[in-house]
Design a protein around this ligand. Sequence first.
Ligand code: ZN
Length: 367
Amino acid sequence: MAWYLSFIDPGNAGGSVIIPESPPAVLQPIVYECPRCSAHFDSAQARRDHFFTVHPYRKPELLLHGQLLGNSETVIHEPVQATDWLLGSCHRASLNGRMMAPDELFQALAECRQGFHVLELSNQDSTERFELRFCIPELAELQRLEDIFNTLFLDNELSVDDVRRFAEACKSLKTAGEYLEGICQYLYGVLAKDQRGGTQLSHAQYKERFNRALEALRNVDRPLARTIRGIINFSFNSFVQAASQADAPALAAAASLFAGWAGKPVRRWAVAQQEAQARLPVDHATDRVLSWMALSDKRQERELDELQQVSASPIWTAEDRTKALVLWLEWGRTCRSTDELRRMARRLLNDAIFAGYAEQVLEKVNQ
Ligand SMILES: [Zn+2]
């Protein structure tokens, strides 16, 4: 209902204004109507309050595992169930242009494995567009890739040709592309780090290859992928991450020790003794560090000279030299002179991870 105020222009001073003769006005109460549900209110404030609480402006929402999805592309790497999806404030939904009821939509999403899909959700306020990319690998393809890996890299002398052969043999496993990419980058990184196997890469390029491997394997949830991530993290002295790789118990144990020395103790995982997996090629320094750490206390003392030597070796990366230095300090504490301990500990004082550890060693030596 509308109610108009008629008013008279008081301007035009000096002129004359004709005042029309109007019927006597009947004062009616002003009514404020809700534009959405037609409820009536006697003040603008009451209508505003009503509108705010009863008709909040809401965009249609899409939730996966309880998390709101944004409008930018969402990549889905793992199988989803129909019950993992939820819609909020949504009256109409269409998938790739086809209208669907929620149950039908959730079922269709649960069946998506690969490819790009557009979901449009609407309500009275707006329409939202969601882009979903499904990259869910087929388990059979992941397993086939691992079989080929085990055949090619069992007791091997790793070479560039082996990696190429592996990539060639796995080319047809379309949904395992990221897994394949990650493993190949890791192996190229090992070859670069060790400067062996006919690599054309420089030593320094190992880091870039390892980073590319981490990126590609980010969403691959398989023991081999997790172990590779663990080795790379160990190589980068990211011990907390490496310590959580329960698939490689020796690696996790070694990483936990280093994390503890660095003042970041981690919870040790109770790991059941596993069947020995296929041997994963690792770089020489990681292999050396892990074998040192598997030695009994008595044997450790005999390794001090070699540890000291590699801790200054230009062939070793800064991270690996640091690990050797820490092992030397741990094992040399009781049997080496304070002068030597002091000299070695000082070399760690600028290390981002072990500076605090070095200070503690120096404090103890100086007591
Ligand atoms: Zn209303």
